[in-house]
Design a protein around this ligand. Sequence first.
Ligand code: GAL
Ligand code: MG
Length: 988
Amino acid sequence: MNDHVSDPLLALSPWRSPEVTSWRRLPMNAVDRRAGAHSLDGDWRFRLLPAPDAPVGGDWSSAAVPGVWTMQNVQGTVDLPRYLNIRMPFPEFPPLSPDANPTGVYEREVDVPADWAGRRIVLQVGAAESVLLVHVDGRPVGLSKDSRLAAEFDVSDVLSPGRPSVVRLTVVKWSDASHIEDQDHWWHGGITRSVLLYATDPLYLADVDVRASAEGELRVDCRVRDAGGALPAGWYVTGELDAPDGPDGPGGLTLAQDAEFDLANAEDDRVSAFLGEARLHARVPEVRTWTAETPELYGLTVRLHRADGSVADASRHRVGFRDVTIVGRDLLVNGERIFVRGVNRHDFHPLTGRTVSVEDMRADLVLLKRFGFNAIRTAHYPNDPALYDLADEIGFYVVDEADIESHDHAHEIADDPRYLNAFVDRVSRMVLRDKNHPSVIVWSLGNESDYGANHDAAAGWVRRHDPTRPLQYEGAAKRGWADPHVASDIACPMYAPLEDCVAHALSGLQTKPLIQCEYSHAMGNSNGTLADHWAAIEATPGLQGGFIWEFWDHGILQSVNDGRPVGRGGAGLYDNGVTAPGYRWAYGGDFGETDHDGAFIADGVVLPDRTVKPVMYEHRELAAPLRLRGFRHEGLVLSNHQHFRGLEWLAGEWELSLAHGGTLTAAADLPDLRPGETAVVPLPFELPADGGEAWLTLRVTTAEDLPWAPRGTPVCAPQVRLRAAEPAGAPAVSGRVETDAEGLLVHPLLTSSPTLSLWRAPTDNDELGGMALRWRTWGLDSLVRKLVSVRQEGDGVTVLSEYAATAGVVRHRQVFTPVEGGVRVDEQAELPEEFDDVARVGTVFETVAGLDLLEWFGQGPWESYPDRSGGAPVGHHRVPVDELFTPYLRPQESGGRHGVRRFTLSAPDATGLAVTLDEPRQISVTRYRAEDLTAASHHDELVPRAGCVVHLDAAHRGLGTASCGPDTFPSYLVAPGVHRWSWTLRVL
Ligand code: GAL
Ligand code: MG
């Protein structure tokens, strides 16, 4: 039998009809039906068809719901994940999709509980991509598009208690809708969120709209319907508001139906026999307001009563009292100008693709909160509903973004009337679902879809429906950051050069808050100049922050043997970002695709298992709620850098790091400071008279257990230098130095002698920004050393050599002088003018095996680079060599430490070597040569060397963000000309 002919849902070919966004789908609403629902999650019978109209014959296998078949290794599944950024994965123009169109058919028996007899029964499919067709016992029930929002269908007529039915969900992967779901992430197919059934009384709450202002004004609008059509007489609503401390705490209120609203409705005839509207209204005295810093949530229960007082339906909500306004060019929360320390977040998991559990989402938000983030843009679609509950609870500002990205065909679609319905549908459904969340402070119309009439239509709907929140859309803002006529209340560019943002803010022409929707692209070893950005943002009225791109490196755990995703059950196969032997983090191209965008999918501040990248430590410091601003009047200046709360949730400890000594600590009493206030506190230590460099750090932790951090969790570690280093005298000459016939240093602990290095394994920024290509063209990756002369001079040896590259010659001089216990090396390199921007100028050598611990005085303990070193305080640090390296998905320069004054590399018996540098320098100690990293595409190809590869850099180029956005600033570039550096190597 051909289902296509006989089934009206299939016969319409809805996957080729952008005008058709749904059929018999219930309106979206904000009534949470998860509690008391009957879950249909679990294993379903599953068939993968080659096309939606192919016959459903043959053998069934099974697939987990929720889940994407592309990750589940379902028997016979040949449809694997695919990564493309902008380009569509098929050549058809909108609204067409390919005939070869994987279609998943999911089936299972459903038994409705006996006590649901006579009730209204609703099937909710949390999310399915990209077209969902629903049948029960072969009868068409409904259809839906809009892959990141739930679809609900009334199944009262087709399901009945006591009679098992077969529910079939058909999920068509490619459709007209795929053209507006062209976001930069993996393409999958399946049902990504939970499926459930719930029942209500025929008389039910169709929607509840809660508005709660910072002044304590509460307004709850209820829409009431009856499944029978006409509403029964005499129904009414009541409410109960529990204060944040719970129903027994003080401040609760009972809410009665607003009689004036009823009267007004009666007069203008808005209440009909079919649609009931009622309002609860109250003013909450001494209201505790909601902000991301103070996420105070009241509990609201709304009850719908029948005339006899019995309860027909009830709905629970959490309410945050807060205002969002734009005044002039400032975005205000409760009247305060806030800083937006945001990140873009996808629903992602390395084992399940897009299906994320509540625990996963909580872990994401807890981590972000611990690293100073206060805002999330749900890039680029409405995220799982639980995310918003968590954001309300843990405290995040959310820019809620509609599921519209037509990147590849943006221009055609923005004004295509066939897609008009889809635009308004997607934006309005998001607003209807998420309107009651205090965390949502801004609506976004979508991403990278040009700007057209379809956007203005959607914007019009939002402005009418929810005048309480601003609206943003990058595509509209692009038409003019200050243009009042475009559909964006915020100037929200992506990757705008910092100087352009500052210039706009200073131009006198700014009319809207400037908050970048994406900036500081986190691909690989990146996020250079973040501190410069924040210095400018905090110093420039009109700039309020932005959203880092992005949270996740979307690597999928893959078995190298069979090339398939591991799927659920692979949890034990990775740790700290590193995969077990035989597995790797897959990116574009790893599933056999020829057309793909490679590692561009790995551009987050966390690795695929949520291990933080080093940039997170800098971010945490930049977001510090408490700042240490140096000396004044013999004291230290402390300031509260928050918007809404004091310092009572913080505890502090002073730490004094002495170059000539160790580390001293002392308890710190934090002053009582309101937001923006400053206090001067006395110096907690007397400095020893040893003349050495001294640094004071205030280690700040949480003082109590918080929902996102146990007591003692690090919050920030602001630092000031109390005393600079005094110039050290030259060490006395002693002993002799040995060099070989090539003028290379001979040393018992070195397996490879110190030579000049101008190359680093290109970072993603170096590659995509074009620098690596230039360096290769110059030949910096394959320098050929030629000895010019070796001269014994006094007690030392002077070695002159030339390093020939294709485009020039670098003259290099090393002077080896024997000193007590070792050798002093004075180096000079002369870069020709042509080499006007190189990765590094410095020394590289390799050590014998067994020196596995690095201890240093300098910045740390985590990885840092010249333009990404803000969160690495100066102190005494020790880290095993194997833990110094960050396993960025595509191997590249990694493991650097900035501002290092001296270090030791030692074996467990404390033997080893010590290096003292002439001034704070960039160093790295890894198991890999730059060429090893350059040659590898994934970590499983890397073979660690037994010894250490040590780089000491006279100069090291900043990282920037050029893989997508601005490069580093000129001050972080390595200039041509003469570079000089010296260091001393001793045996421990
Ligand atoms: C932006 C886009 C994101 C992502 C990013 C690059 O243009 O909005 O979705 O593609 O660039 O990683
Ligand atoms: Mg895009």
